[in-house]
Design a protein around this ligand. Structure first.
Ligand SMILES: *[C@@H]1O[C@H](CO)[C@@H](O)[C@H](O)[C@H]1NC(C)=O
Ligand SMILES: *[C@@H]1O[C@H](CO)[C@@H](O)[C@H](O)[C@H]1NC(C)=O
Ligand SMILES: *[C@@H]1O[C@H](CO)[C@@H](O)[C@H](O)[C@H]1NC(C)=O
Ligand SMILES: *[C@@H]1O[C@H](CO)[C@@H](O)[C@H](O)[C@H]1NC(C)=O
Ligand SMILES: *[C@@H]1O[C@H](CO)[C@@H](O)[C@H](O)[C@H]1NC(C)=O
Ligand SMILES: *[C@@H]1O[C@H](CO)[C@@H](O)[C@H](O)[C@H]1NC(C)=O
Length: 711
């Protein structure tokens, strides 16, 4: 239940500063020299942050379940490069492209300004990455009949494919991979904004509670938003590369052609993550970097495999464990056009083939795997132009269930293959949304039923078969006939059940749930009802005549998002009760859209993201309480997101906001030739909270200092 709905003001949060972490100017300067001196330069920056080297060592000790590499690991590259199988080499491989810049050049990006007084220049009001959307080639005229490459998967064919279906792609502003300084400097502390009696410093919150030693703390990104360089290194086009060319598809006309340019700037981003104290980075791989045409009979792109190997290796070198998501919505365009991708059962074997290629390539160097990101949201994305590729007879209303059926089988077969191949580590998928809280209270039967419906459709649709029964939730089977929701055979149920090693929730918020205005029966029977088939209503205000909002609200373009810290603990334990697993639970994404952040005239205003800071500190505090007070085995948190993003693809109804909504704890200047990153207040606050509460003894102490040895 709600512990205190109006406790926001008394919530002890930090908006202030200490000077303890101030970096003396002289040391800042010496560490801002961009030489590759990771081992040699031990310049004594006086911070309590573990240096990247310290972090790295913690992975070698018993504090971490895995060492970064198998004991027989040599940096000798052929040990961990992928050896293609017969089918994967028969069509040749891609060799063109300028490379992703594995070499470390020393371009000066002005990492942290260290001298002079600033003269702020106004931020640009338009994004240099916006393009005028145009249909090129046959875009929009496709009628669902297969395109056929006739087995020609040459470089030339790939180039033609790009030209015909996507058209011109923006060039990245740079193609070097700069070497970040080691250790990476942090700026001086941000100033205190509110009186001490109102807010507290992160290190002064819940001082007796500590995260367990093996707790994972870091941030997440997705390839389609972070990597950019969408046509470099032999990558094939995705559905996003294509759909973002349609007028009106992305409101501000940005594409992800350049994005955050993580493909070239990954060393900088990892060094900055390490500087914040993070020990984990969650990213996704582009399926089309590895299989440009997507399908099992098409060739593997070794340059793509090489890029992810470099990313993984560099990550470990910074003391950061890489967590890999195989699919964060970047469907290969070739498969979408050829057979409607997840609208067809053909997707299953093509996905398993891609996954197996990745597993073999990185076995032992990645220990946590995610098959699919937020499948409920992904399968709801069946509007135009994607629905122009659907097989005859399938429409946007039915597609989510066709997609769910194929995706569940693809997940299950992938995990079975993972286990057959004895790939090291753990695997699961990421759920989103929430179970919900009955709006009019736990004694209201209607609202309790509405909560069950919400849980069944938003989480249970995948979690019930995978964690519990092998089959769809009863509520779905009762509502939806087999023509809409295909049924699993007994054999398929056996295949699906038990195919996850941990639970991952993208737990941004939890809402109140209530009955639909016209009642359940009328809604369930009416496929045209806007609330069909979930048939419930989510509210973010109190069930009182005055109707107070019960949470701090995010940017108005993200109406689904609120700071609902008061429901987090209950939500985590509720999920594990409903969908039990031995592997514990991860808060695999959580984050906040600061209102109006993108329209701020100066960077010093945009980086003053106090609502995001409050959000992250509230959630981290609640996670700590969940561990220590409730004994909930929360194993890690991944903030969304490491840097600001274009094409915010984490929720369907906002996926086309372009860059008008920012989610990063670092500001990205999309108009700067170096895609310059600047830490926001929220990044520093999270870092301070983590660094002052990390490396506990595996359990916590309560307010009286008594041990609470619950896990
Ligand atoms: C960079 O290093 C050189 C010598 O290697 C030194 O002369 C110079 O002052 C350093 N620059 C900064 C900004 O610290
Ligand atoms: C996006 O492009 C369309 C043309 O297709 C134009 O009308 C619209 O003003 C553009 N929007 C922005 C925010 O640039
Ligand atoms: C495709 O989606 C659009 C909405 O994006 C919708 O208007 C149209 O009716 C859909 N077409 C089909 C065949 O489902
Ligand atoms: C979509 O298909 C289903 C099942 O065939 C049908 O009941 C429904 O009316 C169709 N919806 C539209 C908008 O055509
Ligand atoms: C993965 O690594 C484990 C442990 O080294 C090994 O037993 C297994 O055979 C490897 N699997 C593949 C497909 O290489
Ligand atoms: C079904 O819902 C639609 C949209 O709300 C509405 O127009 C229609 O009257 C409803 N049909 C019935 C039988 O209630």
């Amino acid at each position: 239940m709600i512990t205190s709905k109006f406790a926001l003001l008394s919530l002890v949060v930090w908006l202030g500063t200490t000077n303890a972490l101030h970096i003396p100017r002289q040391e800042q300067e010496s560490s801002s020299n961009n030489s590759e001196n990771s081992e040699g330069d031990q310049s004594p920056i006086a911070t309590p942050y573990a240096s990247p080297t310290d972090n790295y060592e913690t992975h070698d000790t018993a504090t971490h379940t895995y060492s970064p590499y198998p004991t027989d690991y040599h940096s000798d590259s052929d040990k961990h490069t992928y050896h293609p199988t017969e089918t994967q080499t028969k069509k040749g491989e891609y060799t063109k492209g300028s490379g992703h810049g594995g070499e470390c050049t020393t371009t000066d990006l002005g990492w942290i300004p260290t001298s002079g007084y600033p003269t702020p220049t106004p931020l640009a009001t338009t994004n240099a990455n916006a393009i005028t959307p145009t249909r090129t080639g046959p875009i929009g005229s496709h009628t669902g009949s297969a395109i056929d490459f006739k087995g020609d998967y040459s470089d030339w064919q790939l180039e033609e494919f790009w030209d015909d279906w996507v058209g011109p792609v923006q060039e990245p502003p740079l193609r070097d991979t700069p070497c970040p300084p080691q250790p990476y400097p942090l700026p001086e502390d941000p100033p205190h904004l509110f009186p001490d009696y109102l807010v507290s410093h992160p290190e002064d919150i819940l001082t007796k509670y500590k995260f367990p030693k093996d707790f994972l703390f870091g941030w997440a990104t997705a390839a389609q938003q972070w990597e950019g360089a969408v046509k470099d290194g032999g990558k094939g086009p995705t559905v996003w590369d294509w759909a973002s060319r349609f007028p009106g598809f992305i409101v501000d006309n940005t594409t992800s052609d350049v994005g955050d340019l993580g493909y070239y700037l990954y060393k900088q981003d990892l060094a900055r993550l390490a500087a914040l104290g993070g020990n984990v980075y969650s990213f996704s791989m582009f399926w089309t970097r590895i299989f440009p045409f997507g399908s099992a009979d098409s060739p593997v792109n070794h340059e793509g495999l090489k890029f992810y190997k470099d990313l993984i290796d560099y990550s470990w070198s910074q003391g950061i464990e890489p967590v890999v998501t195989l699919f964060h919505w970047d469907t290969p365009l070739a498969l979408q056009l050829e057979y409607g991708a997840f609208a067809s059962e053909r997707i299953i074997d093509d996905f398993v083939n891609y996954a197996e290629t990745v597993f073999r390539a990185y076995n032992g160097t990645v220990h946590k795997w995610v098959t699919f990101n937020e499948p409920v949201v992904f399968c709801s994305q069946g509007g135009y132009p994607i629905n122009s590729t659907f097989p005859e007879g399938l429409n946007s209303t039915v597609y989510p269930y066709t997609c769910s059926y194929h995706l569940t089988l693809a997940h299950a077969k992938t995990v079975r293959r993972f286990r057959e191949l004895n790939i090291q580590g753990e695997i699961a998928f990421k759920s989103d949304n929430f179970v919900g809280v009955p709006w009019r209270g736990y004694d209201n039967k209607e609202d309790l039923y509405a909560v069950e419906r919400h849980a069944a459709y938003q989480i249970g649709v995948f979690a019930e078969p995978i964690y519990v029964s092998g089959d769809w939730p009863e509520i779905l089977k009762n509502d939806l006939p087999p023509e809409i929701l295909p049924r699993f055979s007994d054999e398929q149920k056996e295949l699906i059940k038990g195919t996850a090693d941990f639970f991952a929730i993208d737990g941004y918020r939890v809402g109140y749930v209530t009955a639909p205005p016209n009642g359940f029966d009328a809604c369930i029977a009416n496929i045209s009802d806007p609330l069909w088939p979930v048939c419930n209503q989510v509210n973010f205000y109190e069930p009182t005549p005055y109707a107070w909002g019960f949470a701090d609200f995010a940017d108005k373009r993200v109406p689904w998002l609120q700071n609902t810290w008061q429901f987090l603990r209950q939500s985590l334990s509720d999920l594990l009760r409903r969908y039990p697993t031995d592997g514990g639970i991860y808060l695999s994404e959580f984050g906040f859209a600061e209102p109006g952040e993108n329209e701020q005239p100066y960077k010093y205003i945009a980086t003053t993201d106090t609502k995001r800071e409050l959000y992250f500190l509230s959630y981290l505090g609640e996670v700590l309480k969940a561990i220590v007070e409730d004994g909930t085995p929360v194993k890690g948190t991944f903030g969304w997101s490491l840097v600001d993003k274009l094409l915010r693809i984490s929720q369907s109804f906002e996926w086309n906001n372009g860059f008008s909504v920012r989610f990063g704890v670092q500001y990205v200047d999309f108009n700067s030739p170096t895609l310059e990153r600047t830490f926001k207040r929220s990044a520093i606050a999270m870092s301070k909270f983590w660094n002052s509460h990390r490396n506990g003894d595996g359990h916590g102490k309560d307010d009286k200092g008594d041990d609470k040895k619950k896990w």
